[in-house]
Design a protein around this ligand. Structure first.
Ligand code: 3PG
Length: 209
């Protein structure tokens, strides 16, 4: 999974209000050359959206995000998610992910969070909220005591095409996540061509690092 994430280095963070938008959105990302996405459990449409994408586009490395309840972890797995994420680190969620066989990246923001994640066996960690938590400078500082452990981060929160290079230039950053290329308004307007354009732009910016 890490190899596939490292190949593209971008994870679009998707919020879907209507499951019927799932396939066209996935297609818009694939048209741009991106075969990774995270569908967040922030809406009632999340599980069905994951089911639809997993069925129509099995080539997508499909993640479920914002998993805050153990029950959501099981539903994400049943729906066909390959990996899971959360904004924070909750041992109950990690235990459930292990039980159902879902690869999981908890969210961290502090040295203590990182140490707890490592001791629970996680080494690909979401770093959230990246911008508000100090951005690339914070990650550079955290790399000091932790890079040698092999830990890698996926920063999200406040990242766009303008600043993704600052994050991806850091060896401790595996990939970045963000919602800007799959903005809710673009989805509501069914503006798939703009989603494809923004995704291509993001991939080009990442490839240039
Ligand atoms: C996330 O959960 O990763 C964030 O909501 C994404 O942050 P962004 O909307 O600032 O990209």
């Amino acid at each position: 999974m890490l190899d596939r994430i490292l190949a593209k280095r971008i994870i679009p963070v998707v919020v879907l209000d209507q499951a019927s938008d799932a396939e066209p959105l996935a297609e818009a990302l694939l048209d741009a050359g991106l075969d990774i996405m995270e569908v967040t459990f922030r809406t009632a449409a999340a599980a069905e959206s994951i089911t639809r994408i997993a069925k129509a586009f099995p080539e997508i490395l499909l993640g479920a995000g914002t998993l805050l309840e153990p029950d959501q972890v099981a539903r994400a797995r049943d729906a066909g998610a390959i990996f899971g994420l959360a904004p924070g680190l909750n041992p109950e969620i990690l235990a459930k992910a292990k039980q159902v066989g879902l690869q999981f990246s908890p969210g961290v923001m502090t040295p203590s969070d990182i140490e707890q994640a490592l001791s629970l066996g996680c080494d690909l960690l979401k770093f959230f909220p990246a911008g508000a938590a100090g951005g690339p400078n914070m990650l550079k500082a955290l790399a000091g005591p932790y890079a040698h452990t092999g830990v890698k981060f996926v920063p999200t929160g406040g990242i766009s095409a303008k600043n993704l290079g600052d994050y991806l230039a850091l060896p401790v950053v595996a990939a970045i996540g963000g919602s800007w290329m799959v903005d809710k308004k673009l989805v509501a307007d069914a503006n798939w061509t703009e989603i494809t354009r923004l995704t291509k732009e993001a991939l080009a910016a990442a490839a240039a690092v």
